[in-house]
Design a protein around this ligand. Structure first.
Ligand code: ADP
Ligand code: MG
Length: 783
């Protein structure tokens, strides 16, 4: 009589009809029907019912599930950051840019590391790489120039020696606060430039002999006792201000933090409640690293537990949806594919053929494909995806290929065009770098279906990009993308007459192999294809770990190769806190190498260059006009320049194994013998060395991934969004496969006793799950 929503009525109808022929169905179908019914029941229980406007005689009115205090608390945490004390519109924008929108996001903005500022040194005792405090007097301040960049410098002394402090990006107004002949407490990381010790972007504050501290900068943490959290850089924001804001959020909202992990479970695994865990992580004080670690473990468990509950619920209710059916047998498809094969300068490997078969079978099915293609660096995934694209195009649809960097997108479009142009197809490149006018006409032809294959970057998912008939989406180097980005592309499927959307087939590719152990746990609803051989004739790449004292030898090796007409890369690591520091680092390296490699052309590429500039540098490198390319990790994925035979990786100890393996994949692509030099700075942990040894020993990406997993845990795989699961806020920084397993076991056990989360104990889980994972869990299937 209208008192129930139509949703509910249709679900009830469905439920009723589900079992009409139940008895005569085979077991498999019966199982599916029961699962579907269970899903419906679950949804029914979650659908609020609109009560009729007081209608006398209405027999029974189902009340919407009461929203209890938990819901209220969660709502508070979902408030925008602008409600946190000290956050104005400008800061709000900065935080938003970093993906921090709510109070909760701010709580999950976990420090990347901690500093122990109680460690003091004399200048004479400073050791490179150490982070320490120094008390010293300013002797001189001034500006100097490094290339085109202005650098602010201060020289200080404590009578044992001189120390130079440098700022690459500074406000003159701010710098003028530092006064000559005054004594300061300085904290920073020691670097060396020749024989001169220096600190880049140190923290300074006036030092008071009496020990009375400068209150204005010292409100948020006691620097003399215990650990001080360091957060990932937020534009130019000072660490102190970041700390203040995070602690402000923690202070006003700690009573709203809800722990959803049942108490018995927490006890079994020695977990802290969520509130205490956040407090420890942001304000560890004198409690020490071990306490912080246990707090992080609790945060991670909470996240993993909810994830596993969500996944299990999803499995209960999953039903395969309708998709585009692409026949691989169509004459046009066959024609295009064989024309391409004739043009290829090589034959596909058996492995490529077999994954192609799997992909085609998926594309031919009336459901959306959801397939992950794993294949080591250089195994030839691009050509496989191109053939998949031809299947879509041959059947009269469009295909899109998305790559994480402009460099890679451009490279793909060049390679693909080379083939497709002669097949009479139209391939276009779409990046955010192309001029507006050109872009508008390009968008129009994509929309009208004139373009068959669109290759692009994130620009593909922006508003205004509408396809005529998108049937296949390829995502290259998928670990570089977030789940949301992939979901956006999926939404660009084909609109049907009845208003529903036919999602495109998805082929996601990665060269960072995901260990089986993790695939089993995490990829519950995605198919996996693996290319497990390299094209014939590849020479193995020799890998060598070198120490700082071997630097000259490394340069000699590069020089020898350059003299033979080969090319080389020098890669500088990502500096996590700050892009500025990284930039300073590559520029310095470039200047040094310009001098050392006089007579050769040294190029520079990094993320801050405009896209046209990047393109120009890559084009010069490809054409051999640049001999030696100094780069940040922007060249990590996909870049294919076969004439490059040497790669020198600075600070190799700072990279993950999988990433090093990716980088190394940039060499050994041609017929020349290649070498990868890992220049590791001395570190006190032998672990680092052992880790790097793995790379020396093997080129098998799967072995390396397993080792990485054993050494660092699953954090990286989950954290780099490998899994295609909801983006983890926290587990990213944690590596512990055991924890993931326990969380899964506990989640499964919990659902066994309470499959629809109906018990009182489950109420909190349900609330938190709904709030935290709702949209995200819907995305999990996208992979
Ligand atoms: P990745 O899997 O790392 O993306 P690419 O698709 O870039 O690898 O392929 C690496 C190189 O190998 C390319 O130059 C490509 O042309 C070449 N290649 C691909 N398949 C074969 C094959 N079957 N035989 C020989 N070379 C191949
Ligand atoms: Mg590739």
């Amino acid at each position: 009589d209208g008192s129930f929503g139509t949703d509910i009525l249709s679900m009830l109808d469905k439920l009723q009809t589900l079992f009409s022929d139940f008895d005569s169905e085979p077991t498999g179908v019966k199982q599916k029907l029961v699962a579907e019914a269970a899903g419906l029941v679950g949804r029914l229980l979650n659908t609020p019912v609109v009560a009729p406007i007081s209608k006398p005689g209405a027999a029974c009115v189902i009340q919407p599930s009461a929203s209890g205090p938990v819901t209220e608390k969660i709502k508070e945490l979902k408030r925008g950051v602008q409600f946190v004390k000290g956050v104005g519109p400008r800061l709000e924008a900065v935080l938003n840019k970093k993906g921090i929108y709510t109070v909760e996001d701010l709580l999950y903005f976990i420090p990347i590391r901690y500093e122990d500022r109680s460690r003091r040194r004399k200048i004479r005792e400073l050791k490179k790489g150490e982070s320490v405090s120094v008390v010293a007097t300013i002797m001189a301040t001034g500006e100097s120039r490094y290339g085109r960049r202005r650098v602010f410098e201060i020289v200080v002394t404590d009578s044992t020696g001189l120390l130079k402090l440098k700022w690459f990006n500074f406000k003159t107004r701010y710098m003028s606060r530092f006064v000559k002949d005054k004594k300061y407490l300085i904290y920073g990381t020691v670097s060396a430039w020749g024989r001169q010790v220096e600190m880049i972007h140190p923290d300074l504050k006036l030092y008071d002999e009496d020990g009375t501290e400068d209150r204005s900068v010292n409100e948020t943490a006691d620097e003399s006792t215990g650990l001080l959290p360091v957060y990932s850089q937020l534009e130019r924001m000072h660490q102190l201000s970041i700390r203040k804001v995070v602690l402000g959020a923690l202070k006003t909202h700690s009573s709203n933090i809800v722990s959803a992990v049942p108490e018995a479970v927490a006890k079994r695994h020695g977990l802290l409640d969520l509130k205490s865990a956040f407090e420890l992580v942001h304000l560890p004080g004198a409690k020490g690293e071990a306490a912080v670690k246990s707090a992080k473990r609790s945060l991670a468990f909470d996240e993993l537990f909810l994830l596993e509950i969500g996944l299990a619920l999803k499995r209960q209710g999953v039903k395969r949806s309708a998709g585009i059916e692409l026949s691989c047998g169509l004459p046009r498809v066959v024609e295009l594919e064989s024309a391409l094969r004739k043009k290829l300068p090589f034959k596909l490997t058996a492995s490529q053929e077999s994954v192609l078969k799997e992909i085609k079978a998926d594309m031919g099915a009336p459901h959306p494909m959801n397939r992950l293609l794993q294949g080591d660096v250089g195994s030839g995934k691009t050509v496989v995806s191109l053939i998949a694209a031809l299947v879509a195009v041959g059947a009269g649809y469009q295909a899109a290929i998305m790559a994480p960097t402009e460099i890679l997108a451009e490279q793909h479009s060049l390679v693909i065009k080379e083939y497709t142009d002669s097949l009479g197809l139209k391939t276009a490149l779409l990046t955010s770098g192309i001029p507006k006018k050109k872009k508008d006409s390009l968008l129009a032809s994509i929309n009208e279906g004139e373009v068959d294959i669109v290759v692009g970057t994130h620009a593909l998912i922006q508003k205004g990009v509408e396809f005529d008939s998108l049937a296949l989406v390829v995502i290259d180097e998928q670990h570089r993308f977030g789940v949301m980005q992939r979901a956006e592309l999926k939404k660009k499927g084909i609109k049907q007459a009845n208003g529903t959307l036919l999602p495109p087939d998805m082929l996601i590719m990665t060269a960072t192999p995901i260990p089986r152990t993790l695939t089993m746990t995490l990829f519950s609803d995605i198919e996996v294809s693996i290319i497990d051989e390299l094209p014939p004739g590849r020479l193995p790449v020799t890998t060598k770990i070198l120490r700082e004292k071997d630097r000259e030898r490394a340069y000699d090796i590069i020089r020898e190769n350059l003299k033979k007409g080969s090319q080389a890369y020098v890669v500088c690591p990502l500096v996590e806190e700050s892009e500025e520091l990284q930039l300073a680092d590559v520029m310095r390296t470039k200047e040094r190498l310009d001098v050392l490699f006089g007579g050769f052309n040294v190029g520079l590429i990094h993320g801050r260059l405009k896209s046209a500039e990047k393109e120009a540098v890559m084009a010069s490198f490809k054409a051999g006009r640049i001999d030696l390319l100094v780069s940040t990790t922007v060249i990590e994925v996909g870049v294919d320049v076969p004439n490059a035979t040497v790669m020198l990786i600075e600070h190799a100890e700072r990279f993950g194994l999988a990433q090093l393996h990716q980088l190394r994949g940039r060499v050994g692509r041609g017929s020349g013998k290649s070498i990868c030099l890992l220049l590791a700075q001395w570190t006190n942990s032998e672990d680092t060395y052992r880790r790097l040894k793995v790379l020396e020993a093997t080129e098998d990406g799967f072995k390396i991934a397993e080792e990485d997993l054993a050494i660092r845990g699953p954090g990286d795989f989950i954290g780099t969004r490998q899994s295609g699961l909801p983006e983890f806020r926290f587990s990213a920084s944690l590596g512990d496969l055991g924890l993931l397993k326990s969380a899964r076991e506990e989640a499964v056990a919990h659902l066994e006793t309470d499959p629809f989360l109906l018990s009182a104990q489950s109420a909190t889980i349900k609330e938190v799950l709904k709030a935290r994972w709702k949209e995200r869990l819907e995305l999990a299937e996208i992979g």
